[in-house]
Write a protein that binds this ligand. Sequence first.
Ligand code: FNR
Length: 371
Amino acid sequence: DTATAQPPVGQIPPQIRCAQDYEMVARRFMAAPTYEYVAGGSGRDLTVAANLAAFARWSVYPRLLRDVTAGHTRLTLGGAAMAHPLLLAPVAFQSLAHVGGEVESARAAHATDSCLVASTLSSCPLEDIARAAGPQRWFQLYFQPRRDDTRLLLQRAEAAGYGAIVVTLDASIQAASLRALSAGFRMPAGCVAANLRGQAAAEPGPAGESRIFQGVMRDAPTWADLEWLLTRTTLPVWVKGVLHPDDARALQRLGVAGLVVSNHGGRGLDGAPASLDALPAVRAAVGAGFPLLFDGGIRSGLDVFKALALGADAVLVGRLQMYALSVAGALGVAHMIRLLREELEVCMALAGCATIDDIGIAALIESTGNP
Ligand code: FNR
């Protein structure tokens, strides 16, 4: 393990000047194969690259002489008041980045009034994460091969006071990352899904023609499973991983609370469109008032602004969270969120937007390669 030890509590490396700097500095705090595992996507990273490139195709108009002294970043999302539009995305196995794992991120969420979305595949038990998080905590659900196991996860999340379920539907196959494979990444032995401990392994089905269709996909959820889920919980259910406007419309009709436009940070279908490119059509499909989150490629407050302008109500932060966690634990994640928020505020102020509601498509102009 070549990773440097974390700095003493209370210290942020002086090289960090903006939220994205955590990406670069994290290389010194994670073993190289671990960094490649986190940074990489599935396959050849086509969608990872697309996520980032999409932001560069938009520029923001500066607007003049507007009074923004009453400005703020508050919003309501699905009826809940939020201080700012930044949520911590569900990111699995955070003990890869820090010994304290998700409990550290949860502390950071609490300290920065951020909503935390805890992954099914967390290294810490969901109950421990709930105790460290603030009042705004949601649980990300992966359907388990057995319904009883899914039901148990739901019950535990409800008992631990999670306020919403975010069911992720775009990762039925854990597609290999060529970058992680080349770097020799292996999940360390101690890194296990704490929430699934004791869960019996799924029984192998009859051998089929295809390892994929009759094998891996046998356990993948279908529309019937989602309908089942909606009857099993009184919590709002969000669906994460939506890119196609027809899926968005069908999910809205089914009665989900909101959608997360996402391609899993490029870790699902390699060749999926950039999240940002898919966002406007999904917004158009569900209409102006429907709750819509976005993730994929957020590295700066400017990126946040562009996602909001293209139709998102708020955004989730994935990799930057892991990078900041590896550099300085809870303090790093809190500092990263604070930097992102301030970068967003600077952008809003210079673009003449005093509130989140003021940010719209009229603030953007398509550009040719200007970042
Ligand atoms: C993820 N993501 C993810 N999503 C999810 O619903 N459940 C999970 O357990 C995980 N695990 C996970 C691990 C790692 C290492 C990464 C990088 C991502 C996807 C995540 O929630 C989010 O969609 C993306 O990370 C957003 O893209 P950015 O912000 O990383 O560019």
